[in-house]
Design a protein around this ligand. Structure first.
Ligand code: BEZ
Length: 213
């Protein structure tokens, strides 16, 4: 099944390193970050899961719960987590789904047969508190994901949910954002008291309304 932005994230029940969980119940009112990993005891995945754990406080600040999936069993997951904690000097504090029957991988289209018939690619799903899929991206097994980019895009999603703005290319929190084209400039100056810079009638910047600067 192809999943599109705005679709409800399919629910599932799965065995994980935290016991059997219902995905939607696990997410509760939080945002979700669902990451697929090709296989246990693989080097790139080890660095990625370690990085996710190291960013635990950053995810908490953004009300995001991480969860990872790999097609190996839960016993392997538990042993591998010990390795990850050791080599990345961290503590994996989120569940790893044991997807030996590939139910979750199939539900989320994480196996791309022309890349590998058995392992998942590196999929990322960001899911909002209403369980809507808000972002997907897919990397090949040989390329580790950029976790600063994952945080950046979560910041952009949360900002644009709260203000009538969009974020320009290469935006980072604290930098100017683009005023929504649905707002007339005369209204924009009232809505954005930090100021509006009209470069073109369709391209108006305002300082990041999500920061106190
Ligand atoms: C890795 O995680 O290191 C990896 C997994 C599958 C293929 C290539 C690399």
């Amino acid at each position: 099944m192809t999943l599109h932005l705005g679709d409800e994230a399919p629910n599932f029940q799965a065995t994980t390193t935290y016991g059997v969980i219902n995905f939607h119940d696990y997410l509760g009112d939080s945002w979700g970050l669902l990451l697929s990993h090709p296989a246990d005891y693989t080097p790139v995945c080890t660095t990625e899961l370690g990085r996710t754990a190291q960013l635990s406080e950053e995810f908490k600040k953004r009300n995001v719960k991480a969860i990872a999936v790999s097609v190996d069993g839960v016993e392997d997951h538990h042993h591998w987590v010990k390795d990850i904690n050791e080599v990345k000097e961290t503590k994996v504090d989120f569940p790893l789904i044991a997807d030996q029957d590939r139910l979750v991988s199939t539900l989320y289209d994480m196996i791309h047969p022309n890349a590998s018939g058995t392992q998942t690619v590196r999929s990322v799903f960001v899911i909002d508190p209403q369980k809507k899929i808000r972002l997907t991206f897919t990397y090949p097994a040989s390329t580790g994901r950029n976790f600063n980019e994952i945080l950046r895009v979560i910041d952009a999603l949360q900002l644009t949910d709260n203000y009538k703005v969009a974020t320009p290319a290469d935006w980072n929190p604290g930098e100017d954002v683009i005023v929504s084209n649905a707002i007339k400039t005369e209204d924009a100056v009232k809505q954005f008291p930090k100021g509006v810079n009209e470069v073109k009638p369709y391209l108006r910047y305002t300082p990041d309304p999500g920061t106190n600067k």
